[in-house]
Design a binder for this molecule. Structure first.
Ligand code: ADP
Ligand code: MG
Length: 581
C-alpha cells in the first residue's frame, strides 16, 4: 500500500506562502518591491486595521498586460530572470516569482492594472490562489493591488498575528525603509482612510532622511563615506553624544535592499565602543553599494539576509569609515584598511568567538519566562499575614540600592528602584484621567518632531499619556507638543523622556505586564524612567514615605517587570539557617 503522495498545488502553495508571507508587513514589502521593480515613481499605500484587514498598494509603474495578469499569480512566474545566472546580474528586488502567488494563496487579491503599451486595463480577483473573475477595465497606466481576507483560510497564521498596533508598526517599518532607500519616489500612506504620511520625491537623500528620522536628524548625525576597491559606503551615523535607548535604529541597505546583517551591526557598534555609554546605542543609516556578483541575495525567502563574498572586507570598510567620521578625520576614506587594521582583526576575531551560533532566542526566552514568576517567591514571607513595611526600622543601605530594615519579625531587604517603580506604576494605572494634581505644566511647552511611525504610536496612546499626567498634543505634521509632565516625573527632561518612552514602549515582550493588559505597558515604562535609581541618595523621610506607599498598594511584591521588590527573612528562616530548629 503506497502512502506517499505528491501534495496538491493548492497545498504546496499554502506551505510555500508561509515562508514569504509571515504577516501583513511582508505583503506590504513584496507589493512595494514589485512596484519599484516596475519603475514606479509614485507609491500609495493604504492600510486598514494595521494591515490586518486590508492592504492596498497603488503605483504608476509599467503595469501588467492582460495576457500576463493570470500568469503573474502562478508560482515561479517572473518577468525578471530567464536563467539562473541572472540572479547575480539583476538589479530588481524580485526574481523568485513567489510573492504574488504566495499572497494570493492566503488572501483575496483584487488587481487592477494597465500596461503602458496597452490602451485598456485588466481587473482580476483571485482568492485562495484560484482566479475567480477577470475582465477588461478602463484605468490609468500602473497597478493597484488590494489584498484583503488575509490569512482567512489559514487560521493558524491568523492566530499568530500580534495586535493591530504592532502589525501596523511593522508595516510602517517596511515603508520607512523603502522610503529611505528611494528618495526619488513619492510615497503616500493612508491609515484607516486618513492621510498619514506624504513624502515628496527629493534628489537629496539628506532631506529624505530628516523626513523619516525626524528633525533630530539635523545636527545630530554626521555623514559617512568610504570607498574600498569596488565597494562604496555612504550614509549617516549619530554623533557620539546622541544615543538611543535601543539598537533598532540601525538601518543598513545593500544595493538599496534593506538587510539585517549581524556582522555589519557589529562593525557599527565596534566603531562606537568606549565612546558611548555601554547601555546606549548609536543610530545609523548606511548604504552599501557593491558589485552584484559579490553578494548573494538568494539565501533568504524574504531576502532580508544576504551572503557576502568577502564579509571581512565589508566589516573593515564599515568600521573604518564610521570610526574616521567620528574622529572628524577626512571626509573620504579611500584605502585598504590600514589605520585600524589591528583593531578590525581583533574585532572580527571577537565577533567570531562570541556571535550566537543559533538565531533567535526562543529557548532563552522560554526559560526566562519560566523563571520570572518564581523569583519573587524565594524567601517570601512564610506567614500569610501581610507585611507592613512601615513597621520596620530602617538601618541603612547596601550597594546603593538595597535598603535594610529589621523588626521583631525578621530582616527585610528592599530594592529602592523596584519598589518605587511599582508604586509609580500603580499610581499611573489607577488614577483618573486628567484629574488635577496629576500633571506639572511646563512653562513653555516643548515640541518634538517624530518619525511617522513614532508619531502613530504617540497618537494611539494619547489617552494613556494623559491619564498618567503626561500631556502631549499634536502640533502639525508629525510633531507633538509636550505641555505637562506627570508630577512624579517633573524632574526629567521632557523631550528625552518622551523619546525614551516611545522607544522602550515599542520593545515587545520586554515587560511581563504586557500580557496582563497591553495598555499598562506605557505606565510600566513611565514608572521605570521615573523611579529613583540605584545610587540615588535617599533621605530618611523618603524611606519612610516609600514604605508607607508600599503598604498602601496591591502587588507590592514585584516591580512591573516581575522582579522582586523585597526579600524578607523571618525569624524562623533565620533559625533554620543557623540550624537552631
Ligand atoms: P517576482 O517579483 O519575483 O518576479 P512576483 O510574484 O512578485 O515575482 O511578481 C510576478 C510578476 O508579476 C513580476 O515578475 C512582474 O512581471 C509582475 N508584477 C507584479 N507586480 C507588479 C507591478 N506592481 N507592476 C508591474 N508588474 C508587476
Ligand atoms: Mg516580487
Amino acid at each position: 500500500m503506497a502512502r506517499i503522495q505528491i501534495l496538491s498545488d493548492e497545498l504546496t502553495s499554502k506551505i510555500a506562502a508561509g515562508e514569504v508571507v509571515e504577516r501583513p508587513a511582508s505583503i506590504v514589502k513584496e507589493l512595494l518591491e514589485n512596484s519599484l521593480d516596475a519603475g514606479a515613481t509614485e507609491l500609495t499605500i493604504e492600510l486598514e486595521k494595521g494591515g490586518c484587514k486590508s492592504i492596498r498598494v497603488m503605483d504608476n509603474g509599467e503595469g501588467i498586460s492582460g495576457d500576463d495578469v493570470a500568469r503573474a499569480f502562478e508560482r515561479f512566474a517572473t518577468s525578471k530572470i530567464y536563467r539562473f545566472e541572472d540572479i547575480y546580474e539583476v538589479q530588481s528586488f524580485g526574481f523568485r516569482g513567489e510573492a504574488l502567488p504566495s499572497i494570493a494563496a492566503v488572501s483575496r487579491v483584487e488587481i487592477v492594472t494597465r500596461h503602458r503599451e496597452v490602451s485598456f486595463g485588466t481587473k482580476a480577483i483571485i482568492r485562495g490562489g484560484a482566479e475567480i473573475a477577470i475582465s477588461e477595465i478602463g484605468c490609468p497606466v500602473g497597478t493597484s493591488i488590494l489584498v484583503s481576507d488575509i490569512f482567512e483560510n489559514v487560521p493558524v497564521r491568523k492566530k499568530f498575528l500580534k495586535t493591530e498596533n504592532t502589525e501596523q508598526t511593522a508595516c510602517l517599518d517596511v515603508i520607512t525603509r523603502i522610503t529611505l532607500a528611494h528618495p526619488e519616489v513619492h510615497v503616500r500612506v493612508g491609515i484607516n482612510g486618513r492621510a498619514h504620511l506624504d513624502v515628496p520625491a527629493t534628489r537629496n537623500s539628506v532631506e529624505r532622511l530628516s523626513l523619516v528620522m525626524g528633525e533630530e536628524f539635523t545636527g545630530n548625525f554626521i555623514p559617512v563615506r568610504g570607498v574600498s576597491e569596488s565597494m562604496e559606503l555612504s550614509g549617516f551615523v549619530s554623533r557620539q553624544d546622541f544615543t538611543r535607548a535601543n539598537s533598532k535604529y540601525l538601518y543598513c541597505f545593500v544595493n538599496r535592499r534593506f538587510i539585517r546583517d549581524p556582522l555589519i551591526n557589529h562593525a557599527i557598534r565596534t566603531a562606537y565602543r568606549n565612546i558611548i555609554e555601554p547601555k546606549r546605542h548609536p543610530s545609523a543609516v548606511l548604504f552599501l553599494q557593491i558589485p552584484l556578483h559579490d553578494v548573494d541575495v538568494n539565501v533568504h525567502p524574504a531576502k532580508l539576509e544576504v551572503r557576502f563574498r568577502d564579509s571581512q572586507h565589508i566589516y573593515g570598510l564599515v568600521l573604518e569609515s564610521i570610526a574616521s567620521a567620528l574622529a572628524g578625520a577626512g571626509e573620504l576614506v579611500e584605502k585598504e584598511p590600514t589605520v585600524h587594521t589591528a583593531r578590525v582583526q581583533e574585532a572580527i576575531k571577537r565577533y567570531v568567538l562570541t556571535a550566537p551560533k543559533e538565531k533567535g532566542t526562543f529557548g532563552d526566552r522560554f526559560s526566562r519566562k519560566h523563571l520570572s514568576p518564581s523569583l519573587p517567591m524565594t524567601n517570601m514571607p512564610a506567614a500569610v499575614e501581610k507585611l507592613l513595611f512601615s513597621e520596620f526600622e530602617y538601618l541603612g543601605r547596601i550597594a546603593g540600592v538595597y535598603l535594610v530594615f529589621v523588626s521583631g519579625r525578621g530582616i527585610l531587604l528592599l530594592d529602592q528602584h523596584a519598589a518605587h517603580e511599582r508604586i509609580l506604576f500603580e499610581r499611573f494605572k489607577d488614577r483618573e484621567s486628567r484629574s488635577r494634581g496629576n500633571s506639572q505644566h511646563l512653562l513653555l511647552s516643548e515640541t518634538l518632531s517624530l518619525t511617522p511611525k513614532d508619531y502613530a504610536m504617540v497618537s494611539e496612546h494619547l489617552d494613556q499619556f494623559n491619564q498618567a499626567g503626561l500631556e502631549v498634543e499634536p502640533f502639525g505634521g508629525s510633531t507633538v507638543a509636550i505641555k505637562a509632565m506627570p508630577v512624579e516625573l517633573s524632574h526629567l527632561d521632557p523631550k528625552a523622556f518622551l523619546r525614551d518612552l516611545i522607544e522602550e514602549a515599542q520593545v515587545e515582550d520586554r515587560l511581563m505586564i504586557q500580557k496582563e493588559n497591553p495598555q499598562y505597558r506605557i505606565f510600566a515604562v513611565m514608572a521605570c524612567k521615573g523611579a529613583i535609581k540605584a545610587n540615588d541618595p535617599l533621605m530618611k523621610q523618603e524611606v519612610t514615605a516609600l514604605c508607607r506607599d508600599l503598604d498602601a498598594i496591591p502587588n507590592f511584591a514585584t516591580c512591573p517587570h516581575g522582579r522582586p521588590t523585597y526579600h524578607f527573612f523571618s525569624v524562623r528562616e533565620l533559625e533554620k539557617m543557623f540550624r537552631r530548629t
